[in-house]
Design a protein around this ligand. Structure first.
Ligand code: AR6
Length: 168
């Protein structure tokens, strides 16, 4: 099990091997943490996503899956893009959120990343309640077998940080 911690901060400034992006199925950018990563990392990240769309992922990245690209100008070496589920009151999509964390750790293992930073996937535009997003994130990372040695949850607000700390 990796060492796990939660901090308040901006994930784009993390000096870890890979940072995880809460992307959308298109992989072609968006708002929130996705927009921040593309702004801070420069055009090479989008160029790398466009290559994926033109080759292995013509229909985009499925919800719950993850894929790595360059991190462009960021201090990290890779961005691991994952697509969280949109929260629904009528349907339990927890399995897809679990899959985001699992697949991101698998992709980190594939590229050889040993330190990883995650945002609170799905807990922004996609509407997942922060407390439950934190529970799923912490329990999944705790339970997944991985060679990643260090996982840092980088949260954008005190409220998000408190939600994660309560499960750690
Ligand atoms: N560092 C860390 N966390 C951040 C940062 C940052 N720089 N910026 C925002 N957050 P969201 P989602 C937090 O909406 O809910 C995009 O348009 C934010 O406060 O970024 O998975 C994509 O393209 C929140 O707690 O991701 C998709 O269309 C958390 O990151 C859609 O949003 C996640 O919020 C994905 O929605």
């Amino acid at each position: 099990m990796p060492r796990i911690e939660a901090v308040r901060g901006d994930i784009t400034t993390e000096t870890v091997d890979a940072i995880v992006n809460a992307a959308n199925n298109s992989l072609l950018g968006g708002g929130g943490v996705d927009g921040a990563i593309h702004r801070a990392g420069g055009p090479r990240i989008l160029a790398s996503c466009r290559v994926l769309r033109a080759t292995s992922l013509p229909d985009g990245l499925p919800t719950g899956d993850a894929v790595a690209t360059t991190a462009g100008d960021l201090a990290a070496q890779w961005v691991i893009h994952t697509v969280g589920p949109v929260h629904s009151r009528s349907e339990d999509r927890t399995a897809q959120l679990v899959s985001c964390y699992r697949r991101s750790l698998e992709v980190a293992d594939e590229v050889g990343a040993r330190s990883l930073a995650f945002p609170a996937i799905s807990a922004g535009v996609y509407g997942w309640p922060m407390d439950d997003a934190a529970r799923v994130a912490v329990s999944t990372v705790t339970e997944t077998d991985t060679a990643v040695e260090s996982v840092r949850f980088v949260l954008f607000s005190d409220e998000a940080l408190a939600a994660f700390q309560q499960w750690l």
